[in-house]
Design a protein around this ligand. Structure first.
Ligand code: PGA
Length: 253
C-alpha cells in the first residue's frame, strides 16, 4: 500500500543515552498517525534493540536499520545480516544511501543484491537514489536516477517492487540546508513514478511510496509533502530534534 512516511535517519549520531532521550521525547509528544501513515526511525545498529523496545505497541511506528549486508551469514567480519535484523523484529532497512555509495563504494549491482536479500527475508528496503550537483547542473538528473532504478530495481517482479519504498535524495541537498524546491521535488518524483508505470503499469506505480530527502525541516515539510507525488520524507539533521521531527511527522498528508 502507498504510505505517507516520515523516516528519521540518525546516521552516525548520538550515544545510546542520547538516542533513548530523543526517542522518549518524540514519543511523549502526542501524534496521531493515520492508517496510511508511518513514522520510521533508522537508528545505528547498536541501538536497534533499545529503539525496538521503546516503540513496542505504538501504532504505525517502526524501526529501521541504516544498512545491511548482501549475504545471509558467514565470514564477513563487521557486517550485519538481514537475518540478524529480522531476529530483532526490524522491518525496514535503508539501502543505498548516497553516503554509502560514496564512502563505501556501494555500486548499483551490490545494491540490487541487498534489495533482493531484504525482500527474500520480508524486510522492506528504503531504496535511495539521487544525483550529485554537477549532474543537476547539466540537467542530467532524470537519466541518472533512471539508471539507478534500472540497475538496482528493475529486475524485480511487480509483486516485489510494490514492497520497496523509494527515497529520492539529491546529493546537493543532503545536509547542506539547500532543499530542492517543492516543484523540483514534484517534477522528479513524477518522473520516477512514470518510470515505474512504464515498467510495471500505472496501478503498481501508484502503489509505491516515494519519499523526498535532503534538508527536510519542520518549516518546509508541509509544502514538500503537499506535492501529489511526494509521499513523505527521509530526514537526517532535523530528525535529531524532537519538536522538529514531530512537526515533520504531523506534516504528512
Ligand atoms: P538531511 O539528510 O536531512 O540532513 O539533509 C537527509 C538524508 O541524508 O537522508
Amino acid at each position: 500500500m502507498r504510505k505517507q512516511i516520515a523516516a528519521a535517519n540518525w546516521k552516525m549520531n548520538l550515544t545510546l543515552q542520547k538516542g533513548e532521550e530523543l526517542l522518549d521525547a518524540i514519543l511523549a509528544i502526542p501524534q496521531e498517525l493515520k492508517t496510511n501513515q508511518a513514522a520510521i526511525f533508522a537508528v545505528p545498529f547498536p541501538y536497534l534493540a533499545m529503539a525496538k523496545q521503546k516503540v513496542a505497541g505504538k501504532q504505525n511506528v517502526f524501526i529501521a536499520a541504516q544498512n545491511c549486508y548482501s549475504k545471509l551469514n558467514g565470514a564477513y567480519t563487521g557486517e550485519t545480516s538481514v537475518e540478524m535484523l529480522q531476529s530483532l523484529g526490524i522491518q525496514y532497512v535503508i539501502i543505498g544511501h548516497s553516503e554509502r555509495r560514496e564512502y563505501f563504494n556501494e555500486s548499483n549491482q551490490l545494491l540490487a543484491e541487498k534489495v533482493n536479500i531484504c525482500l527474500e527475508n520480508n524486510i522492506t528496503p528504503i531504496f535511495c537514489c539521487g544525483e550529485a550537483l554537477e549532474i543537476r547542473e547539466a540537467n542530467g538528473q532524470n537519466a541518472f536516477v533512471a539508471n539507478q532504478l534500472e540497475q538496482s530495481l528493475f529486475h524485480l517482479s511487480a509483486e516485489e517492487i510494490v514492497k520497496v519504498v523509494i527515497a529520492y535524495e539529491p546529493i546537493w541537498a543532503i545536509g547542506t540546508g539547500k532543499t530542492a524546491t517543492s516543484n523540483q521535488a514534484q517534477e522528479i518524483h513524477a518522473f520516477i513514478r512514470a518510470e515505474f508505470a512504464a515498467k510495471y503499469g500505472e496501478a503498481i506505480a501508484n502503489n509505491i511510496s516515494i519519499l523526498y530527502g535532503g534538508s527536510v525541516k519542520a518549516n518546509n515539510a508541509v509544502e514538500l509533502f503537499s506535492q501529489p507525488d511526494v509521499d513523505g520524507g527521509l530526514v537526517g539533521g532535523a530528525s535529531l530534534n524532537a519538536t522538529e521531527f514531530v512537526a515533520i511527522i504531523n506534516a504528512l498528508k
